[in-house]
Design a protein around this ligand. Structure first.
Ligand code: HEM
Length: 207
């Protein structure tokens, strides 16, 4: 047991093995079949796990790292900037990418991609489709912020992979502030985004 828990890769594998037990239950005791609905569910599950990876890191930055940074003694700060933040940013941005891709695929599999993305303006849409469309647009804005504003600014602020070695302290602080403001913006948007995502099923029974 400790061999599993002390190794992250083994722990993640253990989680998936337990999920496979549920798949076996589904296919046997519960009499489920591997039809279109099952594959759609699998993409939805991937979407939510990746979403947790993304928003989990967003909340870590906003609720833990940023507020604690001023309290950390100067000589210890590099541990965060050089080691923890780059690693967190890796899972953060790739979590965002997988969430976005799975989310768009889901909307296509559900057959309401155009209705949702155009918020019912191009084709008549149900309230649930407009609701998920609002969530999808908020999620896409957040994804854009991650990849095209937060990540490039953090690369400069932290000189990740030594790609920006010549920036002075002021320039780095400016990039760190831009990254922080957009990260905060995403924290704000995450609340209505998740409302719309979950309400589409919960309040409107969209699919
Ligand atoms: C670019 C960003 C995103 C897009 C395009 C997107 C798209 C979608 C779509 C189309 C659905 C409907 C799935 C269905 O009912 O079959 C959905 C549901 C959902 N999404 Fe997202 N999403 C995005 C971001 C996120 C994020 C960041 C999270 C955070 C965890 C998230 C969590 C959820 C949840 C919990 C559901 C509800 C699943 C259910 O009710 O079964 N989404 N999303």
């Amino acid at each position: 047991m400790t061999a599993i828990l002390t190794n992250l890769r083994n722990a993640v594998i253990a989680g998936f093995v337990l999920a496979i037990v549920l798949v076996v239950l589904y296919a046997t005791v519960w009499g489920g079949s591997f039809d279109d609905n099952y594959w759609r569910f699998l993409v939805r599950w991937t979407h939510v796990i990746a979403g947790i990876m993304w928003i989990g890191h967003l909340y870590y930055f906003n609720f833990t790292q940023i507020p604690t940074m001023p309290k950390i003694p100067d000589e210890l700060k590099p541990a965060i900037g050089k080691f923890i933040a780059p690693e967190a940013l890796f899972w953060f941005r790739w979590g965002a990418m997988v969430t976005m891709a799975a989310g768009l695929i889901l909307a296509m599999m559900n057959g309401y991609f155009v209705e949702a993305m155009t918020l019912g303006l191009a084709r008549p849409a149900t309230e649930g489709q407009i609701c998920i469309g609002i969530g999808m647009w908020l999620g896409l804005i957040m994804w854009f912020n991650v990849w095209f504003i937060i990540w490039p600014n953090q690369q400069k602020a932290l000189n990740i992979a030594d790609k920006h070695p010549n920036l002075d302290k002021d320039a780095k602080a400016k990039h760190a502030r831009t990254a922080m403001l957009f990260s905060r913006t995403n924290t704000v948007l995450s609340v209505p985004m998740l409302f719309a995502m979950v309400a589409a099923q919960g309040l409107f029974n969209i699919s």
